[in-house]
Ligand binder design. Structure first.
Ligand code: FPP
Length: 255
């Protein structure tokens, strides 16, 4: 259960510069479970419990958008019991947590394709999105049956179907055709469990995101770890391919 009494005053330990949008690859559930002699699905359940805590911390820290990678287009290749278990988890989260998330001011979005999900699950996802659409405290994008390349392919198909001409295709237009249309690009992408890959996650939107990697398995990535990532982010200089002001001066004088 989410704690209804989330502290809304800014925690003292919070850095000044806070990302607007954080995206997370919640990796390491399987290894977390195996290291405890548990089945992999127990890791996904522990990961779901942790997600509640991280959502709560994001609300507390004033983060406006959180995108989580819950099921990739590649995850269909996992054993059927695990695939089924992950579908079940999404269904359970909607059944048991929707009202609570709504009460917390969370707006749910789905990014990815709904077509391979069961009719029942599809209906639940659509209902959850509709039910929470007026909430403004935190936008939670759930990437489920999501792949970054697939998202771009779908965007191109839709642009062609809409009769777009080559010269009309711009950065902005492509962004508007992605599943994340209207959502600012992630400032910070976190991947847990020590893997150092992007794994087809937000490949367009993450072009200038800062990355943060931690060896911690997702079920153990707690509020303190999130704060550590935020502190690290606050020290990064985001240059978007340009120069820092001081370097700019030097370049001008030298030039
Ligand atoms: C990667 O860990 C994690 C996933 C494929 C699933 C993530 C899902 C959750 C945390 C549950 C929350 C889900 C919803 C729908 C809200 P892994 O299994 O690849 O871990 P491993 O690399 O250690 O095997």
């Amino acid at each position: 259960m989410l704690n209804k009494r989330v502290n809304q005053s800014k925690p003292e330990e919070l850095p000044e510069k806070i990302p607007t949008h954080i995206a997370i690859i919640m990796d390491g559930n399987g290894r977390w479970a195996i290291s405890r002699g548990l089945p992999r699905l127990a890791g996904h359940r522990a990961g779901t419990e942790n997600l509640r805590r991280v959502i709560e911390a994001c609300i507390e820290f004033g983060i406006k958008y959180l995108t989580i990678y819950a099921f990739s287009t590649e995850n269909w290749g996992r054993p059927p019991a695990e695939v089924h278990g992950l579908m079940r988890i999404l269904e359970d989260v909607i059944d048991r947590e929707l009202q609570e998330l709504h009460d917390q001011g969370v707006q749910l979005h789905h990014i990815g394709r709904l077509d391979r999900l069961s009719k029942n699950l599809r209906k639940k996802v659509i209902h959850a999105v509709e039910f929470t659409k007026r909430n403004t405290r935190l936008v939670l994008n759930v990437a489920f049956n999501y792949g970054g390349r697939d998202e771009i392919v779908v965007a191109i198909q839709r642009m062609i179907a809409d009769g777009m001409k080559a010269e009309q295709v711009t950065d902005e237009l492509v962004s508007q055709y992605l599943f994340t249309a209207g959502v600012p690009d992630p400032d910070l992408i976190i991947r847990t469990s020590g893997e150092l890959r992007g794994s087809n996650f937000l490949i367009w939107q993450g072009a200038y995101s800062e990355w943060y990697f931690t060896p911690t398995f997702w079920p153990d990535f707690d509020r303190e770890e999130l704060l550590r990532a935020l502190r690290e982010y606050a020290h990064r200089d985001r240059r978007y391919g340009g120069l820092m002001p001081l370097q700019e001066d030097t370049a001008t004088h030298a030039g």
